[in-house]
Write a protein that binds this ligand. Structure first.
Ligand code: SIN
Length: 480
């Protein structure tokens, strides 16, 4: 297991020798100690990325793509090892961790190919003796700050396109899950990515963040995390007018219409709500179900929720692991308590789950009915395994509730009516709409939100815009 930081191609500790502990959220067992770095080490990582940039950007797209594709292959080769490491530091069930490694590799494979298609343009000029060219060039050194809920995929979703476009990077992984990031760093070396192109620094978030945002060599910040932290980073990034890609919080509505395929809708709700114990930005956070199908949907959902197996991610058949830390469990508890006080009915779950030999960090898969708009879980992201259901009468009412939020990342709707599919998809103020589909995320599609859910898009051809500058060359042609 790699526990040191990667700076300029060397594996190093903090200057002070200080470390912090990584623990298993399922058991509180100590997993490893990693360097507690600050500004000085981050400045060196930025310096290394700046130095490596010239040679990296000069390589052909095919050469860069080859290295990025190789990294994807190595991740797939080491899927079992990487998944095991992820489950230990993050807690998600092994099956989900394996899925995440494959998902993480898919962003690399996609970006490796897409790098060859960074086409320029020639614009018809207004004068016969001019030629107007548009070319795309790498942004430069990119700061990448990633969350704990997808410790590998949220890195590769940024790293793949950044490298393919010719940028170099300094990655700051979440304090809860640095080991998956360091493991990717090791594979970067094996993939033939030159020293200094990828740097990884773990440690004190404020210090590392301050250096990343104030060092003039850094040209861009790509961040995935909460809206609250995102706003703070954006304010600091303003001083150097950094380019920003921000993938922030969500509060996804999940709308089930009377004419929905109820079996598919229940399966979809289960998949999007309980994946990663409800700790994803695109998890269904509020379920709106039309009156005519309400009883059947809620009955079937209760049955499905009651069958979920809670436990340590390493145990066979477990579907819901621990929450990441104590604060996460307390937030879920507070949301459930608030809903109960305001009159919600607990149809299933509602409290912490006891897991033999486990830490006190598991929460029962929970289903709440009688939910109203003023409850906290109707207004804020819960980030836990709680499904609050609310009955609606008319399409317009569900759309109004869905859009009544500062967030706009993902939304879901289930209906068999093709006209309604279009109407609803167009009316939802969200960056992603899962229409009869609870798993819209994929490497070739744009991922990102509107309103306070973020800026920019990851995935697809769109992400390449995030890591390239558009340069215009107006060319005078004598004799034309
Ligand atoms: C996220 O929760 O931020 C990512 C979810 C996904 O990629 O599907």
């Amino acid at each position: 297991m790699q526990t040191q930081n990667l700076i300029g191609g060397r594996w190093v500790g903090a200057d002070s020798g200080a470390t912090f502990a990584v623990t298993d959220p399922a058991t509180d067992e100590h997993v490893a100690d990693v360097p507690k770095c600050g500004r000085a080490e981050t400045a060196r990582a930025i310096g290394a990325a700046q130095e490596a940039w010239g040679a990296w950007r000069s390589k052909t797209a095919a050469e860069r793509g080859e290295a990025v594709r190789k990294l994807a292959e190595l991740m797939v080769r080491d899927q079992e090892r990487l998944a095991g490491l992820m489950t230990r530091e993050q807690g998600k069930p092994l099956a989900e961790a394996r899925g995440e490694i494959a998902y993480a590799a898919s962003f690399l494979t996609w970006a490796a190919e897409e790098g060859r298609r960074l086409y320029g343009e020639m614009i018809p000029a207004s004068f016969a003796n001019k030629r107007l060219l548009v070319m795309r060039q790498p942004v430069g050194v990119c700061a990448i700050i990633t969350p704990w809920n997808f410790p590998s995929a949220m890195i590769t979703r940024k790293l793949g396109p950044a490298l393919s476009c010719g940028c170099t990077v300094v990655i700051k992984p979440a304090e809860d899950t640095p080991l998956s990031a360091l493991a990717i760093g090791e594979l970067c070396g094996e993939a033939g990515i030159p020293a200094g192109v990828v740097n990884i620094v773990t440690g004190t978030p404020a210090e590392i963040g301050d250096e990343l945002l104030s060092n003039p060599a850094v040209r861009k910040l790509s961040f995935t995390g909460s809206t609250q932290v995102g706003k703070l980073l954006m304010r600091k990034a303003a001083d150097n007018v950094l380019r920003l890609s921000m993938e922030l919080g969500g509060h996804a509505p999940f709308i089930v219409f009377d004419d929905a395929d109820v079996e598919a809708a229940v399966a979809g709700a289960m998949a999007t709500k309980f994946r990663n114990a409800g700790q994803t930005c695109i998890c269904a956070n509020r379920l709106y179900v039309q009156a005519g199908i309400y009883d059947e949907f809620v009955g079937r959902l209760t049955e499905a929720v009651s069958c979920l197996k809670v436990g340590r991610g390493t145990d066979e058949g477990v579907q819901v692991g621990p929450l990441i830390n104590d604060a996460a469990v307390e937030k879920v508890e507070a949301h459930v308590a608030d809903a109960r006080e305001r009159g919600a009915d607990v149809l299933f779950g509602g409290q912490r789950a006891h897991v033999a030999g486990g830490a006190d960090r598991f929460f029962q898969p929970t289903l709440l009915a009688g939910v109203t708009g003023e409850m906290r879980l109707s207004r804020e992201e819960t980030f836990g395994p709680v499904a609050p259901v609310r009955r609606f009468m008319e399409e317009a009412e569900a759309i109004a509730w869905a859009n009544d939020s500062d967030f706009g990342l993902a939304a879901y709707a289930y209906t068999r009516d093709a006209s309604r599919c279009f109407r609803v998809a167009e009316a939802l103020e969200y960056g992603i709409v899962g229409m009869n589909d609870a798993a819209p995320s994929t490497a070739q599609a744009p991922f990102g939100g509107v309103k306070q859910s973020g800026i920019g898009r990851e995935g697809g051809k769109y992400v390449m815009d995030e890591y390239t500058e558009t340069k215009y060359v107006s060319w005078g042609v004598s004799g034309a």
